[in-house]
Design a protein around this ligand. Structure first.
Ligand code: PXL
Length: 276
């Protein structure tokens, strides 16, 4: 029987202001009826206006968070987000090679929306060499795809070329998010057999903090439920559009998306029945 509540794991950074990183991932897993688990790779200091700094975890503390979880639970879906150092990436890659963890959705987080480098240059190389070959799917946005390939990407043809180059690094599939490019949010999935384009209306908004984290977590959750990658991307993209639409306009910078828009413990129902 399929698990009703499959366990999903995020290995990512903590954004204490709640918009991105593991907090966005946990909300997303929960919205997709997964049981959320999380290992912190870096404690960042930030709000919606920018990132002030970060205290990175060590390979040992990352491993020591993950091992007890996978010894106890069968993890059905995994995503990785901010992996700040070469050493943390090497350890995470080793865990994927040596344990029962399923192949991850890798969100190759490089820089925050506000322009802060969340990982260093050595870490980018380690990501390419050590982690991408183990990925089920890797989900760069345009700037990340440019950093990984060294290409300038200004149109869909160049997105296709970049996807092919990234696929040659070893992941089973590559999803390049074209949101930075055109009037539509057009994403391109290359799985080696087929190239598909997924399109959604681009919403004119400053509520974009956490979109990448939410998308990759939603894909991992759908894969944990046993959906195909195509179905997972379709549902995840639709979910991100809704999370942007329902974003609370809080904070003075890029507002956080709201992956919890559908989660309420009878809140509306109970408050509606209360006398004014
Ligand atoms: O959106 C990329 C991202 C991922 N993870 C963490 C972040 C950010 C952006 O700020 O803070 C922890």
């Amino acid at each position: 029987m399929k698990d009703e509540l499959p366990v999903a794991l995020t290995i990512a950074g903590l954004d204490p202001s709640g918009g991105a990183g593991i907090i966005a991932d946990i909300k997303t897993f929960t919205a997709f009826s997964c049981f959320a688990t999380a290992a912190v790779t870096s404690l960042t200091f930030q709000n919606t206006t920018g990132v002030l700094g970060a205290a990175h975890q060590t390979p040992e503390t990352v491993r020591d968070q993950i091992l007890p979880v996978i010894e106890d639970f069968r993890v059905a879906g995994v995503k990785t987000g901010m992996l700040p150092t070469r050493e943390v990436i090497a350890e995470v890659a080793r865990l994927f090679r040596e344990t029962s963890l399923p192949a991850p959705v890798v969100d190759p987080v490089v820089r925050s929306t506000s322009g802060y480098d969340l990982i260093d240059e050595e870490a980018l190389e380690a990501l390419k060499i050590e982690l991408l070959p183990l990925a089920q799917v890797v989900t760069p946005n345009i700037p990340e795809a440019e950093r990984i390939t060294g290409l300038r990407i200004t149109d869909e043809e160049e997105m296709r070329r970049a996807a092919r180059i990234i696929r040659e690094l070893g992941p089973r599939a590559v999803l390049i998010k074209g949101g930075h490019l055109t009037d539509e949010a057009r994403d391109l999935l290359d799985d080696g057999k087929q190239v598909r384009v997924y399109s959604a209306p681009r919403i004119e908004t400053r509520a974009t903090h956490g979109t990448g984290c939410t998308l990759s977590a939603a894909i991992a959750a759908c894969l944990a439920h046993g959906l195909s990658l195509h179905e997972a991307v379709t549902r995840a993209k639709d979910f991100v559009t809704e999370a942007i639409r329902h974003a609370p306009l809080i904070g003075h910078g890029f507002h956080p998306v709201n992956p919890a828009y559908s989660i309420r413990y009878r809140w509306d129902e109970m408050n509606e029945s209360e006398p004014q």
